[in-house]
Design a protein around this ligand. Sequence first.
Ligand code: ASP
Length: 582
Amino acid sequence: MYRTHTCGELNIHDVNTIVTLSGWVQRSRDLGGMTFLDLRDRYGITQLVFNMETDPELCKKARKLGREYVVQAIGTVTERSNKNKNIPTGEIEIVVDNLTVLNPAEVPPFTIETNTDGGDELRMKFRYLDLRRDPLKKNLLLRHKLAQEVRSYLNSMNFIEIETPYLIKSTPEGARDFVVPSRMNQGQFYALPQSPQTFKQLLMISGYDRYYQLARCFRDEDLRADRQPEFTQIDCEMSFVVQDDVLNTFEGLVKYLFLKLKGLDLRDTFPRIPYDEAIRDYGTDKPDLRFEMKIKEITSLAKNQGFRIFDQAEYIGGICASSCADYSRKQLDKLTSFVTQPQIGAKGLVFVKFNEDGSVKSSVDKFFDSEALNKWKEVFQAKAGDLLLILAGDSTATLTALAELRLEMANQMGLRDNKLFVPLWVVDFPLLEWNDESGRYHAKHHPFTSPKSEDLRFLESDPSKVHADAYDLVINGVEIGGGSIRIHDKQMQQKMFRHLGFTDELAETQFGFLMNAFKYGAPPHGGIALGFDRLAALFGGSESIRDFIAFPKNNSGRDIMIESPSIISNNQLNELNLKVRQ
Ligand code: ASP
């Protein structure tokens, strides 16, 4: 037997028991006649002790062990004189009688401790060693618990877990597909699913009215900091539901998860904010509601008053930062640099200080007297001591910039408390989104999303006016997931494809299977997918999903541990009848 116990379970009640432990040498210390060795496994650390006087041979053997050697020790659990209250095994140690080296180890490229000395790149290259460290271990355990709880909740609600294939045909979720050449069907390719979207809809047609899957999705996108080319979704679909049924069910899931994983009882119903309102008030469809600081528009008050920048602007608006009128010139200059950086793209920043003494000072004093500025004050409901920050320009770009400025100010004011969780639903998304580059409409969510029946009358005359039964779940400014009620009617689906610029032939070759299925009794249905990695990161208190994935890829989509992607042999290429162009 390699072990009778793990390295995390022995305590004062086990004193005098003879035990066998196996694990990794975390570190060793020689103190005069004694050698102490920390033995580590997944469950914890147990101290082994060797005595030079009573067993010099064994003690010398212990002293030769290097970090990360895999060893087995047999000995007696003994009460420690020097107790360590910080670990569960800290009251005992094992007085070792027998020590076996199961496998020696080379010196690892970085120390396997909570705070390691290894740089990012190095730790990715040796991910299997990094995974031995506590922080990552904690994350993977949390991920495991999350999966268990998701399944437990959904199972209790009559959902059944069904796997869908990975080798499929393109599903347009807005990203590029990863493709896989087929050997048996030369010249043809599978696509890896961007999500199981069409399959889960087909399952509804098959009558499996509540489906879920912890599904891997693959999207060949340029990777921003917190994206992975393959990621996991809690993918769900339900039949005979309207939007509220889906929202209520998954609000229930999210509340259940907060309770189980964070011990937090989120009692209140999540606010449901229409998309247009979210954009108007927060400049974004994923607002952080841990704080108020709503965006206010002052276009009608501030335009055509002789200030050229405002006069040329389509939109003038800003935010009110409470008690920030004491911001210094330097702080304001920094904010100006912040909003004018290329990623944010504002042309400049106008400020108004409503000083504690009642005076008003602004960067546009030349054009606006205090009477005019006090009118702005009313719009913002600003108080003495508050600071207005105003941007102007094209509507969309300015609102987007204001969204960033709002977050930046909240950061500076300490309003983004990471102990606080404020979920909300953003609802009534636009059905379509104009794309300048392609000169046509794209689906805002995906082509299977149902338009709101009351907006159908605009579908031909002004498609941009049509809203959809589509919704996103947002927590603390992060999009956690989204879904929609689906089209379940062949004609409607066909019409939608036409609006998205598909010819009938193309729609038929790509999605004929779905539209055909609609002919055989498709129930009304809808669903949602929540980002599983992102939820894990949220519960783990981290910004980065990478820390919650055992073997993630880097920002260039590479796994630098296994060195993938890589070239394949000519044999493999020949079998696929493929040739790589130089
Ligand atoms: N398939 C969608 C997505 O991945 C989610 C859904 O509509 O259920 O975003």
